[in-house]
Design a binder for this molecule. Structure first.
Ligand SMILES: Cc1cc2nc3c(=O)[nH]c(=O)nc-3n(C[C@H](O)[C@H](O)[C@H](O)COP(=O)(O)OP(=O)(O)OC[C@H]3O[C@@H](n4cnc5c(N)ncnc54)[C@H](O)[C@@H]3O)c2cc1C
Length: 493
């Protein structure tokens, strides 16, 4: 008889693992605490507006192609390449820089501020490219059997990259570029990893290579949630059952074997193999009561920033707004250094705006725009009280209105605010951290919570806080790594 797998959580990692396992002949069941699938990749509908809740674009589109291909189905989604990738507004400049993957066009954007940019960026990206390809299979896309194995893998990375481990990303950018604006723009990727460019190792300059040269950024025709809709459709066709509004709160185990997980209502779900798509670090602490993951120890770990998000349905077309834009002040170094640990909401917030109605007209009523605003803020360890959410939302809306020259407040049809408390509750995100565990060198590879449990042989993990890390394509890789481990230890039949 086919082995039965229970997957806790229907985030990107959980859905992709379910599809791979069901294709390989496992009998798969999923439980999800939210009322619909997708985890952070979710959707809100309100008065004719449709909003993607979290991710608005992704890199490494070929990981999705690999997923569908390896499951014997054609990619049902239409991916659209972003060009330009995004626009960056600074407070000291009244028009944005547009970040193009065409390096000649990009050089044109920076012509006044970074002489000889074209030559400089080539040198910077060549180095990042080498590092990307030297680590892709040696470090990122592989499983580890333990620390020794990880050490061996690291020793196979060419030594020429060692200086990038010792330098910060900011310092590395300073070796190639003089302009503060150029350095700030290239260092934005550091925040995806959970740190400032001042304390992110320069190895992560490889993310500039992924965005600018390797595969760029993509979104999905019809909205990002189409990914989830299609995944659920494929899973249902393969007989996978998904139970929503079902939160796992306890477990039964004998020796080194999980016997079942228990939901809030006391129902027990039994299987041969279990996969946790909830946070791989806090699940070990809160569900399995592991000493290495007590609240004190979890709090001492490094976490990515928490999201403060707005979903605004706006009457009228906002011509001055590009579909992906960052709005920054003029005090980047000070702002970036303080934002992780401050206990107050920022007075002059830095934020990101996506207007998907620019490319997906069906996501807003005719003549309207749907704005998604993401303002990264300190997590609940540093700021636990978000009763001031409306005030921060008002500051963002006022700032955005003045910078794009459109009175958003006067034209607001609908507004939803999700603060870090909401995010934490909705998807069990530890202290509201948006992207999960950070990616400092002490929390990656063999040092990140592993994708097979230390004690229970039949418990595996997939998603942002296990290997390799966060972001949609990376959780797709995570699903492949977890599936390989399961197939090796517990063959389907
Ligand atoms: C605001 C925001 C913007 C982002 N933007 C981007 C972007 O543009 N591009 C990009 O690539 N990435 C982006 N990310 C990151 C990306 O969303 C995540 O890395 C990815 O979606 C994580 O997937 P996951 O597999 O870890 O699952 P998750 O999304 O964490 O889903 C896990 C699921 O498990 C469920 N669950 C947890 N515990 C239990 C339990 N005990 N019982 C039952 N169910 C449970 C949760 O409800 C959830 O549905 C963004 C994240 C956020 C928050």
């Amino acid at each position: 008889m086919a082995k039965k797998v229970l997957i806790i959580g229907t985030g990107m990692g959980g859905l992709a693992t379910a599809l791979r396992l069901a294709t390989q002949g496992y009998q798969v069941e999923m439980v999800e605490k939210h009322h619909q699938a997708g985890g952070r990749l979710n959707q809100i509908k309100d008065q004719g507006f449709t909003f993607d809740v979290g991710p608005s674009f992704f890199s490494m589109s070929y990981e999705f192609e690999e997923l569908f291909k390896s499951c014997g189905v054609a990619n049902p989604l239409q991916f659209n390449k972003l060009d330009p990738l995004y626009a960056v507004w600074f407070a000291h400049r009244d028009k944005p820089y547009k970040v193009y993957t065409d390096l000649d066009k990009l050089a044109g954007e920076f012509a006044d501020i970074e002489p000889d940019f074209r030559r400089k960026v080539r040198g910077y990206l060549d180095q990042a490219k080498l590092l990307f390809h030297d680590t892709e299979y040696r470090i990122v896309k592989r499983n580890y059997s333990g620390l020794l194995d990880y050490g061996m893998a690291l020793s196979r990375v060419p030594l020429r990259h060692a200086p990038l481990l010792l330098r910060s990303m900011w310092k590395e950018l300073g070796r190639h570029f003089n302009s503060q604006d150029v350095k700030v723009i290239f260092s934005l990727v550091a925040f995806f990893l959970g740190a400032t460019p001042f304390d992110t190792p320069a190895v992560y300059s490889l993310l500039n290579y992924t965005e600018l040269e390797h595969d760029g950024y993509w979104n999905v025709q019809g909205g990002m949630y189409r990914i989830v809709e299609e995944m659920v459709r494929l899973l249902e066709a393969k007989g996978v059952q998904i139970r929503y509004n079902t939160e796992i709160v306890g477990m039964r185990a004998t020796g080194d074997n999980i016997e079942g997980f228990v939901d809030k209502q006391g129902n027990i779900y039994r299987a041969d193999v279990y996969v946790c798509n909830g946070d791989a670090a806090s699940f070990r602490g809160q569900m399995l009561h592991r000493k290495k993951f007590t609240e004190e120890k979890l709090d001492a770990m490094d976490w990515t920033l928490a999201p403060f998000t707005l979903y605004l349905g706006v009457r009228g077309k906002i011509e001055g707004l590009h579909h992906h834009s960052y709005f920054l002040g003029s005090n980047f170094n000070e702002y970036a250094s303080n934002i992780f640990k401050t206990s107050v909401a920022p007075e002059q917030p830095y934020y990101y705006v996506n207007v998907s109605s620019k490319s997906n007209p069906g996501s807003a009523p005719e003549g309207c725009e749907n704005l998604f605003v993401l303002c990264p803020v300190p997590d609940l360890r540093y700021k636990a009280d978000w009763s001031d959410s409306q005030a921060l939302a008002d500051r963002i809306i006022a700032d955005l209105s003045s910078r794009c020259g459109y009175d958003i407040k006067a034209n607001l049809i609908t507004q939803t605010i999700l603060n870090p408390v909401d995010w934490a509750k909705m998807f069990n995100l530890y202290k509201g951290s948006g992207l999960g565990l950070a990616h400092g060198l002490n929390q990656v590879g063999g040092l990140r919570p592993a994708n097979q449990d230390e004690l229970f042989a039949n418990l595996f993990y997939v998603g942002a806080s296990t290997v390799p890390g966060t972001g949609l394509p990376i959780t797709v890789i995570s699903s492949k790594l977890a599936t390989d481990k399961i197939a090796h230890a517990y063959p389907a039949a």
